[in-house]
Design a protein around this ligand. Structure first.
Ligand code: M6R
Length: 620
């Protein structure tokens, strides 16, 4: 969850590190820090709170070096204090380290290094590793100048062989200002290969300002990086690894805020374009089905699939639920959804014709990655729908579909979610057309998906109307979201969006379930957001609304255009375009994103960096 950046080259490192940290801040914002080599040893500046605090703190230090490391923290071991902020320096001053992950056997290591005379300033697991590397460094014979492997590399390798847990680390040694050593197990790390300079980071966003050429480190790999070279070896065997250099297709402009107040707002309004990007080139020439380049499963194999499993976390899990509905409805293939954190331990029975899909915007969520690995360990094929090209999940999946919506920076997922809904609908279409869906139905389905960006554009014109509603409801402390069928997961998503950015207690339910418990919450102080659409369930949803109204609960109805609600039933109505069942969840999502966003703004919440959260959850 923490953000990591390292720089080595001819330029002043501290500014490059701080700029990188600003772009990584969505990964964790409990504290931030940098350490650079100076002729007098390491100069370290760290501060709780945002990178802006660190920037002020850094101005009070002499940070002149051209090699350094920086970190934004999402606290795991130890509270949010300056002392617990990274980088951590070993008590002999030899090693400086930044770390993302959790050292599970930190107590045993701490006992060991304490016995060797090393001392501690913080409560973190990371400082234990800094001291362990320092211990091995002190024991390591000094090699001849320019000898390979380096003393630092070997001491990192020896130390990591004793570590249980997960890590992405970047390490410097006081006596060797010309090198950085990095290693990963379970936490992402990327080398940015520049001209006469190199970078190491947890995400490409920290690198793209200086280079588009990257190498994705794999688990169990160690890298030694100097200003003009890098070498990767395997942690356990010590063998050289032949690096694969990839080009990043994001530019720094993609992560600029522009005229928007928040990334979440920008990303909400980007959705028409994001949907167009996600569907581009993915329909057959005759316009009757979808096509995917990277699934790596033949149509024949797909026809054999008799059960689909979808797994993910958070918002991506809601996208799985909608996809489950569409796959069963349009492809008639039994589908199931599981939380990735449960799937990985649940030992779900799978049969040879089961196919697993994992969904993950970041492609780094540790539970989702573990679910994928578990399915693969058991010999099943695992496909991924993910946004971040080159992410760990993208690389480890047997095949998959990229979302192509550009960087999503707001911690609350928006455009990644609607593009997952779109791709899930396209998977349902693809599988459906291989089975019973007619050519005519396929054509209508494709036409409906192609219209989705315009329908979203139309729905976004409700923004001012929704802002007005938000201002009237921003003072409430509880809210219910109620929908049916494919809009039930959108109710869950509405509740999640609201609670994560405005801290209002909210719950999502299938509308008819409300009578089985949640209705006890209803009063004039607990509004309900209903999704109301035409079809056989319209009268049932209206009955549920009547039951809420009878108990004085205020009602906000997200309602398809042209539907007549009984007069006075809804206190507020947000119209959405009537559309194909596969597109409705996408369109219905827009009002709940805007409602959550404007309520959070009205409550003066930090929309893009909600308390306690981080963009990508890379610890269990
Ligand atoms: O990167 P992922 O899609 O795997 O992330 C999954 C969840 O952590 C994420 O959707 C989270 O729930 C968001 N904060 C939701 O807005």
């Amino acid at each position: 969850m923490c953000g990591i950046v390292g720089y080595i080259g001819p330029a002043k490192a501290s500014q490059i590190l701080i700029d990188g940290l600003k772009r990584l801040e969505y990964r964790g914002y409990d504290s931030a820090g940098v350490a650079v080599h100076t002729p007098a040893g390491f100069a370290v500046a760290k501060k709780t709170g945002r990178v802006a605090n660190l920037e002020r703190e850094a101005a009070r230090h002499v940070l002149t070096g051209t090699c350094g490391i920086g970190h934004t923290r999402w606290a795991t071991h130890g509270g949010v204090t300056d002392a617990n902020a990274h980088p951590h320096v070993s008590s002999d001053g030899q090693i400086a380290l930044i770390h993302n992950g959790v050292i599970e056997n930190f107590s045993a290591i701490k006992r060991f290094v304490t016995g060797k005379g090393y001392t501690f300033q913080s409560e973190t697991d990371t400082e234990v590793l800094a001291n362990l590397i320092a211990y091995h460094y002190a024991k390591e014979p000094a090699p001849a100048a320019d000898a390979e492997p380096s003393r630092l590399l070997e001491s990192v390798r020896k130390s990591l062989l004793h570590v249980e847990g997960t890590y992405g680390i970047v390490v410097m040694s006081r006596d060797h200002p010309g090198e950085l050593v990095s290693a990963r197990r379970g936490s992402p790390l990327i080398l940015g290969i520049g001209r006469g300079e190199n970078l190491i980071a947890s995400d490409v966003s920290a690198i793209v300002g200086r280079t588009q050429n990257v190498v994705y480190l794999k688990d169990g790999e160690l890298a030694r990086v100097t200003a003009d070279a890098f070498a990767i070896t395997s942690l356990t065997q010590g063998d050289d690894v032949v690096p694969v250099i990839s080009q990043v297709n994001w530019s720094i402009a993609d992560s600029a805020l522009g005229d928007f107040a928040h990334y979440m707002e920008k990303e909400i309004f980007e959705q028409p374009q994001a949907l167009e990007n996600a569907m581009r080139g993915r329909f057959s020439e005759d316009g009757s089905t979808a096509q995917f380049g990277g699934l790596n499963v033949t149509p024949n194999e797909l026809r054999q699939v008799d059960r689909l499993l979808f797994t993910a976390c958070g918002t991506a899990w809601h996208a799985c639920l909608v996809t489950e509905y569409l796959v069963e409805r349009f492809a008639r293939v039994p589908a199931e959804v599981d939380y990735a954190s449960e799937f990985r331990y649940r030992n779900t029975p799978l049969d040879p014709n089961s196919l697993l899909f994992v969904l993950s915007q970041s492609g780094e969520t540790i539970d989702t990655l573990a679910a994928l690995r578990e399915a693969k360990r058991r010999g099943y094929r695992g496909l991924a729908i993910t946004n971040v090209v080159g992410s760990t999940i993208a690389r480890e999946a047997d095949g998959g579909i990229y979302q192509h919506v550009g960087p999503e920076i707001g911690v609350a997922s928006t455009k990644a979610f609607t593009s997952q809904l779109l791709l899930g609908a396209m998977v349902a279409l693809y599988l459906g057309r291989m089975r019973d869906m007619s050519y005519a139905d396929g054509k209508a389905y494709v036409a409906a998906l192609k219209a989705a960006p315009d329908l979203v554009r139309r729905t976004l014109t409700q923004a001012e109307h929704i802002r007005g509603i938000a201002q009237r409801y921003a003072g409430y402390n509880d809210m219910l979201f109620l929908g049916r069928l494919a809009l039930f997961p959108i109710a869950l998503e509405g509740a999640l969006k609201l609670k994560e950015i405005s801290y209002i207690h909210a719950e999502g339910y299938p509308a008819a379930e409300m009578k089985h418990g949640p209705i006890a919450l209803v009063s004039e102080r607990c509004p309900s957001v209903f999704f109301v659409t035409k079809g056989e369930l319209f009268p049932k949803v209206v009955s549920s609304m009547q039951e809420i109204k009878a108990r004085k609960g205020p009602i906000i109805a997200v309602c398809t255009e042209g539907l007549e609600l009984p007069p006075g039933l809804a206190d507020e109505v947000i119209p959405i375009p009537d559309c194909h069942e596969a597109v409705l969840p996408i369109v219905a999502t827009i009002p709940i994103q805007l409602l959550a966003y404007y309520i959070a703004v009205a409550r003066h919440c930090d929309v893009d960096k909600p308390r306690n959260l981080a963009k990508s959850v890379t610890v269990e």
